[in-house]
Design a protein around this ligand. Structure first.
Ligand SMILES: [Zn+2]
Length: 334
């Protein structure tokens, strides 16, 4: 594809304040009148979601509408360039088609990764080990690129437009093939030393439980991930019986209760095929367990809710990564 650069009307690094995600805007410039020259939509984001099964790219406008999107299966190749070429194809399709011109790029990607996504090594993408994703994408699209863990991206997206909208303290989780999470506290997405804060999948919920891939035992991920459920039942996770559905809810509620007690947050938002697929069997049991375990007055109001973004969550979250990084002035090095 040809070079794709920010318009001169809206130079890179100047996209104005972006407070709509409810997160603090530090050092953002005041709003300026938008030039009338078309096509211009300076607050739009090129959003990219990279998972082990599929990759998706889209353009998300300032109101959070996905105005263009394209997806493809993630190659299982061990050749890093073959994986990146597949990503390049859908990114190029989206940029060729869109009439809304993005000025930043946000990425949600499976972990682990180095801080800022300078290198990524997604567990489910064997072709990428220490792959320089941020720099390769920046070269491809000519935009400032912000990369974060996909569960942290979802946390930002849920705060912007989903079930955590208007909340400054919450946990967002994904319970699907694996278990991931992100935490917003005092209105800020927590990063931690290596950028892994909120990784709730390895909180222990059954001290003598199943062995976990991390080397531990009884981790939440080892008990309630789709992979774990299938291993225990011998059937796809979607076919689990009522006892398994409520057990998963109970264990997730147990982990959420510990987080609520620890961090003084009162909301957990949970997305992912296991949680959403099990529905009220899962969420009812989780809420019961939270009420059993959150006895302190500040924690008693804690609630667990289904995510509010549905199938748009990954792209909305990826867009929120760019908006958030813009707001806090952390573009990374280009
Ligand atoms: Zn573990």
């Amino acid at each position: 594809m040809g070079a794709f650069t920010a318009t001169t009307e809206h130079p890179v690094g100047d996209v104005g304040p972006v407070a709509a995600d409810g997160l603090p805007v530090r050092g953002a410039a005041p709003a300026r009148p938008r030039p009338s020259a078309a096509p211009v939509a300076s607050d739009a984001v090129l959003a990219v979601d990279i998972g082990g099964t599929k990759m998706e790219a889209g353009v998300v406008d300032a109101a959070g509408r996905i105005v263009e999107r394209s997806r493809t299966a993630t190659p299982s190749s061990t050749d890093p360039d073959e994986v990146f070429d597949a990503l390049s194809t859908i990114v190029s399709e989206v940029l060729d088609r869109t009439t809304v011109v993005p000025t930043t790029c946000g990425v949600g990607c499976g972990g682990p990764m180095a801080p800022g996504g300078e290198t990524v090594s997604p567990l489910n993408i064997p072709g990428w080990r220490g792959f320089p994703l941020r720099a390769r994408l920046a070269d491809l699209v000519g935009l400032p690129v912000s990369v974060d863990n996909d569960a942290k991206a979802l946390a930002l997206g849920e705060g912007w437009l989903g079930a955590a909208r208007g909340h400054g303290d919450y946990l967002a989780m994904v319970v699907s093939t694996g278990v991931g999470g992100g935490i917003v506290l005092d209105g800020r997405l927590l990063d931690g030393t290596g950028g892994n804060a909120g990784h709730i999948g390895h909180v222990v919920v059954e001290p003598d439980g199943r062995a976990c891939a991390c080397g531990g035992r009884g981790c939440l991920e080892a008990e309630v991930s789709g992979t774990a459920i299938a291993a225990v039942t011998g059937r796809p996770a979607a076919e689990a019986d009522l006892a398994m559905r409520t057990r998963c809810g109970t264990l997730v509620g147990r982990a959420v209760a510990s987080v609520a007690n620890l961090l003084d947050l009162q909301l957990a938002v949970v997305a992912g095929s296991v949680a959403l697929g099990y529905g009220q069997d899962f969420f009812g049991a989780a809420q019961d367990e939270i009420e059993l375990r959150c006895g302190l007055e500040f924690a008693r109001p804690t609630r667990i809710l289904p995510g509010g973004l549905g199938a748009d969550g990954p792209l909305t979250g990826a867009a929120a990564v760019a908006r958030h990084r813009t707001a806090v002035g952390e573009y990374g090095v280009r």
